[in-house]
Design a protein around this ligand. Structure first.
Ligand code: SAM
Length: 305
């Protein structure tokens, strides 16, 4: 077997990298640090060390991060980074890195850049050739997926659905046939209408999970069909509060959908007809082969293997 050599540091660097703008091996490192999504104890030991030793902490909301740092006895120089000043802050971050300081990038909760600011800074740092390292940790989407009990082999993070109904419905219509587990962030005051639109787009029987206030005092997980969750959201005032992730089962594959349809049709027909008649009709109605319908009909009537 031919062993591949790991790409060298040099190759991993970008075109812009040159001794002039980034002396290789010098300069600080940008650490993208995940912070707790509720439970302050979820800050990792490594995150704590990186924050404590950073020359600069770029934070979404400095007051919010200050509380986290205080709770962990960390003192740091903080600057705010939000949607409207990222480009400006990127220059400041690059200056700090060029001066040899390490910089930590955090958001209010969870993993920066995941429905949070930071992408422009990370890109600017990559383009300037400085190292960017992840200090991984909490992320509400992954936490919800890990307890949903839905397929995890393939999943898609969809972030927040559009707030406007027409755009939200169009987005959901495009996702209707997606067989991956889908993860959405949602504001509690929009949960009901989003569940209604999800149910209309994906069908009321599609299974879903609502993970609310993860890692916090009022953590609650609701499981059921979209129809059941919609009813629950209408009746339960708790569902109008707190932070929420919705995880939705992916669409069945064409083969699974056909199998479910034949089974459903046979279930109805077998109550009135013989196995042979039911199989003939089920095949005609669903487009399945007569053989498939017959074998399933035998099994459902207790005569087959
Ligand atoms: N960067 C964060 C992460 O890694 O999860 C997400 C930030 S986004 C602005 C905030 C959204 O994440 C909330 O509206 C909610 O949908 C979800 N979220 C954050 N914390 C949560 C929690 N403790 N429980 C459930 N959902 C949460």
């Amino acid at each position: 077997m031919v062993k591949r050599r790991a790409p060298s540091r040099r190759i991993a660097r970008t075109r812009k990298d040159s001794p002039a703008n980034t002396p290789t091996g010098t300069g600080g490192t940008l650490h993208v640090v995940a912070t707790p999504i509720g439970n302050l104890k979820d800050l990792s030991e490594r995150a704590r060390e990186v924050l404590a030793s950073a020359g600069l902490v770029a934070a979404e909301d400095t007051r919010h991060t200050q509380q986290l740092l205080q709770a962990h006895g960390i003192r740091a120089r903080l600057v705010s980074v939000h949607e409207h000043n990222e480009a400006e802050r990127a220059a400041e971050v690059l200056q700090a890195l060029a001066g040899g300081a390490n910089v930590a990038l955090v958001s209010d909760a969870g993993t920066p850049l995941v429905s949070d600011p930071g992408l422009r800074i990370v890109r600017a740092v990559i383009d300037a050739g400085f190292d960017v390292r992840a200090v991984p940790g909490p992320c509400a989407a992954i936490a919800a997926l890990s307890i949903a009990g839905l397929e995890t082999e393939r999943f898609a993070f969809e972030g927040f659905l559009p707030a406007k109904a027409a755009a939200r419905r169009a987005r959901l219509a495009a996702l209707r046939g997606d067989s991956r587990t889908l993860i959405f962030y949602e504001a509690p005051h929009r949960l009901r209408e989003s569940l209604e639109d999800l149910s209309t787009a994906f069908g009321p029987a599609r299974r879903a999970v609502i993970a609310r206030e993860l890692t916090k005092l009022f953590e609650t997980v609701y499981r059921g069909s979209l129809e059941e969750l919609m009813q629950r959201a209408r009746q339960d005032a708790d569902l109008q509060r707190g932070e929420i992730v919705i995880v939705v089962e992916g669409a069945p594959s064409a083969a699974q959908a056909q199998a479910a349809e034949i089974e459903h049709v046979l279930g109805v027909l077998l109550a009135q007809l013989s196995v042979s008649q039911a199989a003939d009709l089920a095949a005609a109605l669903t487009g399945a082969s007569r053989n498939t319908a017959y074998r399933l009909a035998l099994k459902m009537s207790g005569q087959g293997a």
